[in-house]
Design a protein around this ligand. Structure first.
Ligand code: GDD
Length: 309
């Protein structure tokens, strides 16, 4: 959507599915949006598409993006989050060498971090999940292609970024949607895993601007995008329960099912390089983000109650 508002002709790829892809549908009404049915792990399909479209910019946001699920599907995760990135880089190298490439790297790369540490582009990566290990392969391949073939390929090391469109099985949306449903009397609890985890949550709208800015630079590079402010899952739950005028202690239940074999306990980013070089600055913090998400989910829950009453 950001690219469409900037006047780009956009090609968006999604797998064939018997169900429609709702996020894609938001763009499909636009004349300059072209939906392509393609699996990013197809080693010949993606290069053929690159040859055909001759893109100026390629944003690789495709991923098996759920860290918890990656423990259950380590090999699929590797194919989508690692191998598919090689396919795209090779396709660009061969068929569109002037195309600029953006890779969605992640704060999960840092893994086990001491509380209080602020993470930047120089901080070491110690992956703690199949997701992070696959993403580290992709991150390294981007720098290999940049150095070997002089490609304009950049990685955004993005800390958690959310919005009203966040999937219902990620913790922020689970909280805003879950609390809204408790408030409306649809559900009795929200079931959660590790509520001690601490994250640096920002708004996806701010982060896509940063991605675009990276590709407008003369030279490719890697950048951290983060707000620099942290909250625990418990803080997030308590804040949304306050908005709903509910006592958080009565709203949640811990369910072992949502615990990960290894979790990343603490993440806080230092985006000073992006601020200095790109002029990027986030407009939202975790509270304004969660209140916008809660407002959206409360409206939807209210509509559900009204419809089925
Ligand atoms: N999903 C989920 N569900 N997480 C829970 C729950 C729960 O019921 N209860 C506690 N958590 C904890 C997780 O253990 C984790 O520590 C934290 O909440 C955040 O989990 P997610 O919202 O699933 O996000 P993530 O931090 O693992 O990963 C997201 O952000 C990364 C950085 O940008 C994903 O979007 C990744 O794809 C992305 O790379």
């Amino acid at each position: 959507e950001l690219l469409l508002t900037k006047g780009y002709e956009v090609y968006g790829v999604s797998r064939r599915s018997t169900r429609e892809n709702k996020n894609m549908m938001n763009s499909e009404i636009h004349q300059r949006f072209n939906h392509v049915t393609m699996d990013v792990t197809d080693a010949s399909g993606i290069p053929a598409l690159i040859k055909d479209v001759q893109p100026d910019e390629y944003y690789n946001l495709a991923a098996m993006s759920h860290v918890g699920q990656s423990f259950k599907e380590p090999n699929t995760t590797l194919m989508i989050d690692g191998y598919a990135v090689s396919c795209a880089l090779e396709g660009i190298r061969i068929y569109a060498p002037n195309c600029k490439f953006y890779q969605a790297s992640t704060s999960e790369l840092y893994g086990k971090v001491d509380e209080g540490e602020s993470l930047n582009e120089q901080s070491p990566f110690r992956p703690r999940s199949p997701y992070a290990a696959a993403k580290l392969y992709a991150h390294n391949m981007v720098s290999v292609y940049r150095d070997s073939y002089n490609m304009h390929a950049s990685c955004g090391i993005l800390f958690n970024h959310e919005s009203e469109r966040r999937g219902l099985n990620f913790v922020t949306r689970k909280i805003t949607n879950g609390v809204a449903r408790v408030k409306c009397g649809i559900d009795r609890h929200v079931s959660l895993g590790n509520i001690d985890a601490i994250r640096d949550w920002g708004h996806a709208k701010d982060y896509v601007e940063g991605m675009w800015m990276m590709l407008q630079q003369e030279s490719p590079d890697d950048y951290v995008l983060a707000t620099g402010k942290t909250a625990s899952v418990r803080d997030a739950l308590e804040y949304v329960c306050d908005l709903a005028d509910l006592d958080f202690k009565n709203v949640y239940k811990i369910n072992e099912k949502f615990m990960r074999p290894a979790d990343v306990p603490y993440l806080c980013g230092d985006s000073s390089k992006a601020q200095r070089v790109l002029g990027w600055e986030p407009q939202h913090d975790w509270k304004s983000l969660l209140s916008a998400m809660y407002k959206h989910d409360l409206t939807a829950a209210g509509r559900e109650v009204y419809t089925y009453r």
